[in-house]
Design a protein around this ligand. Sequence first.
Ligand code: GDP
Ligand code: IMO
Ligand code: MG
Length: 417
Amino acid sequence: MPVTIVVGLQWGDEGKGKMVDHLAGKAAAVARFSGGANAGHTVEAEGRKFALHLLPSGLVRPDVTALIGASCVMDPVTILEEIRTIEEAGIAVGKRLLVSGKVNLTHPGYRLLENRSESSLAHGRIGTTGRGIGPTYERKYRRNGIRLEDTADPALFAELVDFHTEDIIRELNLSPEDSLKLREDTGGFIAAAQEVKVYAGDVSLALEGLLQSEERVIAEGAQGSLLDPDHGSYPFVTCGQCVSGAACTSLGFGPTSVDQVTGILKAYSTRVGAGPFPTEQDNATGERIRTAGNEFGTTTGRPRRCGWLDGVLAAYAARLNGCTSITLTLLDVLSGFDELKICTSYEGGHFSPGRFMGDMVPVYETLPGWRDDIRGERSWSSLPRGARDYVHAVERIVRVPVTAISTGPGREDVIWR
Ligand code: GDP
Ligand code: IMO
Ligand code: MG
């Protein structure tokens, strides 16, 4: 049973890319199963730094096969840029990349639709990444999407795309200049989609082959469980499913092939975009975490909102995902604090992960901090007492073993216990 699913347990940016790249050292393939280029997964290895958006993080290792599942959405223009960037860094992509022909494509007009919809929501702006993710999933579920496999017939594909272009021009009542610009962008989109077509194929079948040969496959999630459209802080969520169950539906394999679900948990909390964040520290503490953790969005550069670890939400996310283990990341960022806090319950026992999450008032447990800088530390026994106690507290509160601790952005900055 050789699949390990890696998921984020918070609001994204937990260090999934770093850990997937680390784990890929012992895997044959990395398969990305959700979201699109809204994600930003950072990998630092061999003195270089990569920001991956839709490409699976395993691609940075030259011998790893990279798959992209059916539930992902793709902007063909941006993925080509991503492929170019990685190839310019001397990493050949070639036949190592296989994209499901079933992925839905992000038409350039979808970004315009997203702009419009952000300013007309009942609950105010979500603060999306502006990558056209929402409209791509909306079209998919309206059964009016454009899929990568549609490129097989170039004339029909162009017709389908033009239908969408004219539909968007009407819906947004675009000026003649803006209409012309969109039609031009659409030409680039069609050309890029035809270029990306070489990577299209049957991901489920490829996975079956890998699994039969007993090779380990890492299923790489995107975003985080609290951004999941069903289980997260709805309506302030993304559109792709973020929890472990989505790996099976997207990649086309059954749950019987999974033996490990690793939840990536940041030692504190961050959130980018709008929405409730009970343990947010919109004060000097939050600022200190932001500076120490360099908490600025990988995709949009926005400063991330920072706060204490929410143990209740982490336990909730671990349950949703069926985590067999947790990797605690960015622990080094908490070095030097006199004391640290973890939310262990809410006032009045009020727990409501959806629309009313903003009403939850956290109750904290306070732990002593540690002085020494632990960045890059690779052995458990060398960690200061305070850091080890913090890890023990996380295990007690979340009720899942912390089997690995990340102490820096580098590929090898990991402590295994
Ligand atoms: P992802 O979206 O979950 O892949 O996470 P991001 O890459 O968006 O954000 C995590 C950031 O933290 C990146 O800049 C990583 O290079 C960095 N990072 C990952 N793990 C660690 C760690 O243990 N310590 C420190 N200091 N940085 C880390
Ligand atoms: P990774 O994979 C953090 C957030 C956006 C916004 C909401 C909806 O790097 O962890 P969208 O563009 O998806 O419609 O935006 O979701 N968001 C993320 N936040 N990390 C991500 O991905 C995110 N992907 C989307 O900021 O609040
Ligand atoms: Mg990220």
